[in-house]
Design a protein around this ligand. Structure first.
Ligand code: ASP
Length: 582
């Protein structure tokens, strides 16, 4: 190599050695008699010294390279008089005797520092410069380690990593497919996989009973903050397993990763049904780092004369610890918060449970102190707590209350990023009614099996059928989900029918899977974990972009390579695609 050492490894034990280092100029200081350069590479920073007295020519040369020039230097490792405790190499410096500029550099458009002066846009355009910065480098190292440890764990319990194709035919996971036109078969298209779902099920039919893959998936979804059109999953499938087996294995993986990477014991996963998650937290991915469980008040308020409560399908509240002292202004802010269009509540009622045991509320006209006493008992509230109550249609009110609960958790600093509360949400509904399409959609995907004890409800009440489907949730973030699949051809057929497919459509789209099921398909199930999201969680961030080397921006574009972009007329012709408007 062109170097003997990296810029991160020399220390006091190397004193006296002749070394050659290569790297980028982090910064240089010209102090007249001496010039200092901080040389940086992936491993760290080493201080270089040039002395006017001993080598004026070299010192003159050392004044020239600007930030981010690529240098090669040789010299002697020497103990520093002025030690820098912040650097691993801070006890030494290199007294340079040869300096070579390997390549000059334009002045970078932003500073390559931990705290940079560059805005998001410019850093995305020059991603290769942004990636030189420590925070991003640490993120990519973390990602690498997560992948490595995941592979170790999966291998240690006999999983085999198998690659599945990217040019496939559409897999219905609820999002839109990215498509690729075929040149050889004009007018036809491949689709990029939204997940390897059907392939991993075919691998089960093929007898590979423990499959996994760290794999890229593609979904052409509407833009939402922190969604990437291409993202990575830890995708898995197993044969001859129950739901409990799948949960145990992946709880094991996460426990192992926390231990290996963060040195943390996270303890067991809680388990909660989807129904309870909605009832007590208004969300299918509750953040369990703090309490404030919902309490339903319908029975307590039914003859109050207060129309808003009496007419409501649901009256529900939370008890916020220690907030009875909230001012008028603070309470008004909360009312404004829940009335925002994204949340859509009509209003918010409060009851202050004062330290002296008395109550003050926005509905004093309708309820006496005794009534509030009963409420506080239902909430198990303490003097000093603040009750926040909403009323309306069940689903909407729960969702709004769920958002308010998270807001209060944040305001009270209860969402400690160093605390991890993992949870399995289980027993998801099989189907979800879509008002627009006026039909049922699969809540997870069409291959998910209904619970045995609910199969009799399939015809009369499809909406009531629960599925063998589960999500892994950590700190309010959905890390992944999966299900036990249907492996019976007839049940799969019935499912497609429920989802509104004609028999021909089902045959045309999924004939290959249903045919495979006729050749001895084992019972099977699996899961997929969002790998980018997992990396972000481990890195204490909620921005997955920062854990992907070359992500798209929030508008789904790569502004560095300028993609998506138009292609030439020639290319279009070759593909048999007419020009837009042409
Ligand atoms: N294919 C599903 C997904 O990508 C996961 C699974 O069911 O295994 O979300």
């Amino acid at each position: 190599m062109l170097r003997t050492h990296t810029c991160g490894e020399l220390n006091i034990d190397n004193t006296g050695q002749d070394v050659t280092l290569t790297g980028w100029v982090q910064k240089s200081r010209d102090l007249g008699g001496m010039t200092f350069i901080d040389l940086r590479d992936r491993y760290g920073i080493t201080q270089l010294v040039f002395n006017m007295d001993t080598d004026p020519d070299l010192c003159e040369q050392a004044r020239k390279p600007g930030r981010e020039f690529v240098l090669s230097v040789s010299g002697k490792v020497t103990e520093r008089s002025n030690k820098n405790k912040k650097l691993s190499t801070g006890d030494i410096e290199i007294i340079v005797n040869t300096l070579k500029v390997l390549n000059p550099s334009k002045t970078p458009p932003f500073t390559i520092e931990d705290e940079t002066d560059g805005g998001e846009e410019i850093r995305m355009k020059y991603r290769y410069l942004d990636l030189r910065r420590n925070p991003l480098k640490k993120n990519l190292e973390l990602r690498h380690k997560l992948a490595l440890k995941t592979r170790n764990y999966m291998d240690s319990i006999d999983f085999i990593e198998i690659e599945t194709p990217f040019l496939i035919k559409s897999t219905p996971e609820g999002a839109r497919d990215f498509v690729v036109p075929s040149r050889m078969h004009q007018g036809t298209f491949y689709a990029l996989p939204q997940s390897p779902q059907t392939f991993k099920q075919l691998l089960m039919v093929a007898g590979y009973d423990k499959y996994f893959q760290i794999v890229r998936c593609f979904r052409d979804e509407d833009l939402r903050a922190d969604r990437q059109p291409e993202f990575t999953q830890i995708d898995c499938e197993m044969s001859f397993v129950t739901e409990d087996d799948v949960l145990a294995i992946f709880e094991g993986l996460i426990t192992y990763l926390f231990k290996e990477i963060k040195g943390m014991e996270i303890g067991g996963f809680a388990r909660m049904t989807f129904d309870d998650a909605m009832k007590y937290y208004g969300s299918d991915k509750p953040d369990l780092r703090f309490g404030m469980q919902f309490v339903e008040l319908n029975a307590l308020v039914k003859d109050s004369g207060f129309k808003v409560f009496e007419d409501a399908e649901l009256v529900v509240g939370i008890s916020v610890p220690g907030c009875a002292g909230y001012s008028r202004k603070q309470l008004d802010q909360l009312v404004d918060f829940v009335k925002k269009p994204q949340i859509g509540a009509k209003g918010l009622i409060y009851v202050k449970y004062n330290e002296d045991g008395s109550f003050k509320s926005s509905v004093d006209k309708f309820f006496d102190q005794q009534a509030f006493q009963k409420w506080t008992e239902a909430f198990n509230a303490k003097p000093g707590d603040l009750l926040l109550v909403m009323a309306g249609l069940t689903d909407n009110t729960r969702k709004a209350m769920g958002t308010l609960r998270l807001e209060m958790g944040n305001r009270l600093d209860l969402c400690d990023p160093n605390v991890f509360k993992p949870l399995w949400v289980v027993d998801f509904p099989l189907l979800e009614w879509n008002d627009e399409a006026r039909r049922f959609h699969a809540m997870h995907h069409p291959f998910t099996s209904p619970k045995q004890e609910d199969i009799h409800l399939l015809e009369p009440h499809p909406g009531k059928v629960r599925a063998n489907a589960y999500d892994m949730v950590i700190n309010g973030v959905e890390i992944g989900g999966g299900s036990i699949r249907i492996h019976d051809k007839e049940l799969q057929k019935k499912m497609f029918a429920l989802l509104g497919f004609t028999e021909e459509q089902a045959q045309q789209q999924f004939g290959f899977l249903m045919n495979a099921f006729e050749y001895g398909a084992p019972p099977h199930g699996g899961i997929a974990l969002g790998f980018d999201r997992l990396a972000a969680l481990f890195g204490g961030s909620d921005t997955i972009r920062d854990f992907i080397a070359f992500p798209k921006n929030n508008a789904g574009q790569d502004v560095m390579i300028d993609s998506p972009s138009v292609i030439s007329e020639e290319q279009l012709k070759e593909l048999g695609i007419g020009m837009v408007g042409g």
